[in-house]
Design a protein around this ligand. Structure first.
Ligand code: C2E
Ligand code: CA
Ligand code: CA
Ligand code: CA
Length: 280
């Protein structure tokens, strides 16, 4: 038994070594990625029940010369740990604001559309958030009313007072706030009614099996009813099929995002999509 124990420990150590080696090399390449412009902002449309575009979500892509495209789910948390998330976030603000402002000038992007930008709790609570956003708006000329920040319920957990005052500051600038991945976090209904938010985004995990799973259907219906009662908008994520769309519309959810309407794509392709819009 002692032998087994030692071997197991040896394996464990090797695994840990491999994981930390991989992390270290990823840390190094993240720094390089920023300086070498390996990041790109992709855009995914958000649509209404007529299929008309109402805005887009900015989704970060990292094209690593060695590893190819790396998903944000893999590098955002590392970037947070090494403090690089603020520089990365600043890039996303600057680049998406510049692009959307240009599209507005070209008439591709309508005045009432919004660009949704993801902000993790660490970013949102950081003192640089507001200066970074206002700088991006000033440089690009994009009005604050064209911007929506996507935040998560979990942000409320770390420091509720700070979160609330940050939210009030952002709203005072004229920027909209959406709660992302709604239903997967821990926000209590008691807080929800106090929050100065404009929209709930129903997490895609509830939409996926909406048609077959009565529990998911019940949750989605409850969120839609709650949004209505709170007087906020509701958008369903992960809308992949006509059936998803039909069901959600019947449940009186009237805004959507998902592969059914368009995948996240580079700016050039998104502009093309705007010129030849999707028809439902
Ligand atoms: P998220 O904010 O929940 O973004 C939605 C994710 O669902 C995206 O994954 C998108 O590509 C994917 N998606 C969209 N429509 C569908 C669909 O119909 N079906 C399915 N199965 N998936 C769909 P992505 O782009 O890999 O991003 C993953 C996460 O990384 C995001 O989840 C967000 O939390 C984070 N992220 C992305 N960009 C940024 C960023 O600029 N800053 C920060 N802080 N986080 C980001
Ligand atoms: Ca999001
Ligand atoms: Ca989401
Ligand atoms: Ca997510």
């Amino acid at each position: 038994a002692k032998e087994v124990g030692r071997n197991t420990f040896a394996f464990f150590q090797d695994d840990m070594q491999a994981i930390s080696d991989k992390r270290l090399s990823r840390e190094k390449s993240l720094h390089r990625a920023l300086s070498k412009n390996e990041f790109e902002v992709y855009y995914q449309p958000q649509n209404d029940d007529q299929g008309h575009i109402i805005g887009a979500e900015a989704l970060l892509r990292w094209n690593d010369p060695d590893d190819g495209f790396i998903s944000p789910d893999e590098f955002i948390s590392v970037a947070e740990e090494i403090g690089l998330i603020h520089d990365i976030g600043r890039f996303v603000f600057q680049e998406s604001a510049r692009q959307v402002a240009q599209w507005r000038k070209e008439g591709i992007w309508k005045d009432d559309w919004r660009i949704s930008i993801n902000v993790s709790p660490i970013q949102f609570l950081h003192p640089n958030l507001v200066p970074d956003i206002t700088d991006a708006l000033e440089k690009s000329g994009l009005p604050a009313s064209a911007v929506d920040l996507e935040i998560t319920e979990n942000m409320l957990m770390s420091d509720l007072e700070l979160a609330l005052s940050k939210m009030a500051q952002i709203r005072a600038l004229g920027i909209h706030l959406s709660i992302d991945d709604f239903g997967t976090g821990y926000s209590s209904l008691k807080y929800l009614k106090e929050l100065p938010i404009n929209r709930l985004k129903i997490d895609q995990s509830f939409v996926r099996d909406l048609i077959d799973d009565p529990n998911d259907r019940a949750i989605v219906l409850a969120v839609i009813a709650m949004a209505k009662a709170l007087g906020v908008n509701v958008l369903a994520e992960g809308v992949e099929t006509q059936a998803h769309f039909d069901h959600l519309k019947a449940m009186e959810c009237f805004t959507y995002q998902g592969y059914f309407f368009g995948r996240p794509c580079p700016a050039i392709q998104f502009a093309e999509l705007c010129r030849n819009p999707f028809k439902v």
